[in-house]
Write a protein that binds this ligand. Structure first.
Ligand SMILES: Cc1cc2nc3c(=O)[nH]c(=O)nc-3n(C[C@H](O)[C@H](O)[C@H](O)COP(=O)(O)OP(=O)(O)OC[C@H]3O[C@@H](n4cnc5c(N)ncnc54)[C@H](O)[C@@H]3O)c2cc1C
Length: 369
């Protein structure tokens, strides 16, 4: 059993963001930190359904200043470590484990963060294995383990896409037509099943440069053969209000567009919560419904607690991919270093590798062609 521990920085979560941050600190020679992880390294990736692969490709361009899109450090590459272009979740977790070991990142696994409080500028972090204290907290708890479906009633009759571990037996209705929904749909279509996708927008028709808004080329390549066939029905601009279990099946009620009957449990691919209860009291939401953050990804209401990972968003700049949010890790680290009166020597390496993004004015540009 662990006793009380005190560190300058506590990072919650040993996923891509937490390990990436830990490596940055190690590269800077900073040791007074710990990552608290409720399961083990890469736990979310290990929970991905078997059939799911990365949509962003891994390719080792690192030493020509084009770092592998899925790498969390300037000098590692999942493409190189795993010898695959679209890793599965389990493979990516292996990359994270190897990276954490190589850089000797300090992690307490099987340590669930149950509560966080702040008094007199010190955070007290209550865990399943004792109490930790720190001056800074970095929330890197991710989103995958915190699914969202609150705007729909009757969700108890559904299964969230993150919980679909193996392929379902029957034809299905999927609510949500972005990457998670499409990924599942493609696998079902490949197995000869019929799929209906309902979305409050029409993500499959959106063509913009930002991969957070447009479907990835890898997804479109695999979806295209089914578009316009009987196997795939795409219903866009339709809002699902509630789902009920009736007459031995399920009815999906929509606003203004009739109801859809299905025999198998509807699947919700409706995204993830902003923040879980254990940390949400330290943050507020902005008028767009995203976590409100300062220019340095710190809470706007509680000093010295930061958010890293896919829920970081500034205006139209959405950091939900690894190649995006990894560029904000040095910005958070730099802010902390300034307050500690030190500097982190890894900053230059990350700047040289284009893994340092402070000026966000570039992020909303469209490609020329
Ligand atoms: C199906 C799917 C496909 C995706 N494909 C891509 C892709 O192709 N390219 C891409 O860039 N991104 C992709 N993403 C997104 C990417 O996986 C996430 O952005 C990434 O996992 C976020 O990393 P993270 O470290 O913030 O969170 P996670 O990897 O989820 O890590 C969070 C960690 O925090 C731990 N944790 C949570 N709460 C606590 C607590 N209270 N106490 C202690 N530990 C806690 C969890 O156990 C977990 O290990 C995909 C996501 C999904 C779901």
């Amino acid at each position: 059993m662990y006793d009380d521990y005190s560190h300058k920085i506590i990072i919650v979560g040993a996923g891509a963001a937490g390990i990436g941050f830990g490596v940055f600190l190690e590269k800077s020679g900073f040791k007074d930190y710990i990552i608290l992880e409720k399961d083990d390294i890469g736990s979310s990736f290990k929970k991905w359904p078997e059939y799911t692969r990365f949509i962003s490709p891994s390719f080792t361009g690192n030493f020509f200043n084009a770092v592998d899109l899925n790498a969390i450090t300037p000098d590692t590459s999942p493409g190189y470590t795993l010898r695959t272009e679209h890793p599965t979740g389990k493979q990516y977790a292996e990359y994270l484990e190897k990276t954490a070991t190589h850089f000797s990142v300090n992690i307490a696994t099987n340590t669930l963060v149950k509560d966080i409080n702040k008094h007199d500028d010190i955070f007290t972090v209550t865990t399943s294995r004792g109490t930790y204290t720190s001056q800074f907290v970095i929330w890197a708890g991710g989103e995958f383990q915190y699914s969202e479906s609150s705007s729909i009633t009757g969700i108890q009759h559904c299964v969230h896409s993150s919980q679909v571990k193996t392929m379902v037996d029957e034809d299905v209705v999927i609510v949500g037509g972005f990457e998670s929904g499409m990924e599942l749909a493609i696998k079902l279509l490949e197995e000869g099943k019929k799929v209906i996708i309902i979305d409050k927008k029409e993500p499959w028709t959106v063509t913009v440069s930002d991969s957070s808004i447009s479907l990835a080329p890898y997804t479109l390549d695999r979806l295209r053969p089914y578009i316009g066939t009987d196997a795939l029905t795409l219903i866009g601009n339709v809002f699902v209000t509630h789902i009920a279990q009736e007459d031995g099946g399920y009815i999906i009620y929509t606003e203004k567009s009739g109801n859809i009957k299905t025999q198998s449990k509807p699947i919700l691919a409706t995204g993830f919560q902003n923040l879980p209860p254990v940390v949400e009291k330290f943050f507020t939401e902005n008028n767009k419904g995203y976590v409100a953050l300062t220019d340095n990804d710190e809470s706007t209401i509680t000093p010295n607690i930061f958010l890293i990972g896919p829920k970081v968003q500034h205006g139209d700049a959405i950091f939900c991919f690894i190649y995006k949010f990894r560029q904000r890790l040095p910005i958070v680290a730099e802010t902390i270093a300034k307050r500690l009166g030190i500097s982190f020597r890894a900053t230059e390496e990350y700047q040289d590798a284009h893994m340092y993004l402070k000026d966000l004015s570039c992020c909303t540009d469209e490609c020329t062609c």
